[in-house]
Design a protein around this ligand. Structure first.
Ligand code: HEC
Length: 243
């Protein structure tokens, strides 16, 4: 919903139609082959361990989509009670609840985040394309998200156009920069994990590989890099790439 410009000039009905249309667009399909048997096995692992948080948000109170999974807290602390209520007022003045397009539900347009901080567990269609992962883009591949012992702690490259099919994510290794520039990748930038808010932690850890999901069930979200665990992670990546 547009919040800039002159509120009287915003066509709410048209905006609502555009939002509904955008929401129904399918995600870009994964452009490379996927091992179907692995994808199938991965789907079972996903249903057991992941679906309890990454469900479609339809009809759920917005606070129930937010989980603290131990990722970098800085961005979640950006808004307090006062800022949330001011933003609520601005939105309500642009989009009064008397308008059918402005049905914000009982929580109003902005949920006060101060008592329930964390990040939204979004549905994951098109997950293959949105690397690097987490709200701060600090984990370059799906494999690193699922196997924290493999996570890079050094600055890595963003903005590449070549894809790492084995790990699920755009190529990220800084030592490949010169070769990539020679191939025409011009939008490369280093993502410095040392900056405030950019820490690549959370969503499970080696010492605590389980989380409690939205149904109150303890589920496994990280694995080691052992040969046995690698099979599970490969299956899960195959499934995630297919979404
Ligand atoms: C307790 C709830 C919970 C469970 C269980 C859970 N996740 Fe998540 N997941 C989250 C939250 C919250 C985030 C966002 C964290 C952030 O951005 O800091 C997230 C982020 C992600 C992301 C990155 C999305 C993005 O936009 O970058 C992926 C991929 C993901 N989860 C996959 C999984 C998989 C696969 C599993 C199962 C093995 C799983 N999740 C289990 C809550 C959960």
């Amino acid at each position: 919903m547009a919040v800039v410009g002159d509120p009287t000039k915003i066509d709410l009905a048209v905006n609502a139609k555009i939002q509904a249309f955008l929401g129904k667009l399918p995600s870009e399909p994964y452009p490379f082959p996927i091992d179907d048997a692995a994808r199938h096995r991965g789907e079972a692992v996903y249903q057991t361990n992941c679906a309890g948080c990454h469900l479609s948000p339809a009809g759920k109170p917005r606070n129930e989509l937010v989980f603290d999974v131990g990722t970098d807290p800085l961005r979640s602390q950006a808004m307090g009670t006062l800022a949330a209520s001011l933003l609520s007022k601005v939105l309500m003045s642009i989009c009064p609840q008397t308008q059918p397009e402005c049905a914000f539900g009982p929580e109003g347009p902005v949920v006060d985040p101060s008592t329930h901080r964390g990040y939204v567990a979004t549905p994951l269609p098109g997950a293959w394309a949105i690397a690097p992962y987490l709200h701060n883009g600090s984990v370059p591949t799906l494999r690193q998200l699922l196997v924290p012992s493999l996570r890079t702690t050094s600055p890595f490259l963003r903005g590449r156009t070549s894809y790492n099919q084995a790990d699920g994510g755009w190529e990220w290794e800084p030592q490949k920069e010169a070769a990539m520039r020679a191939k025409g990748d011009v939008a490369l930038a280093l993502h410095d994990l040392g900056q405030a808010g950019f820490s690549p932690v959370g969503h499970g850890s080696d010492s605590n590989p389980r989380l409690v999901d939205g149904q109150g069930k303890s589920v496994r979200v990280v694995w080691s890099n052992s040969a046995e665990d690698k099979r599970v992670v490969d299956d899960l990546i195959a499934y995630l790439l297919s979404l």
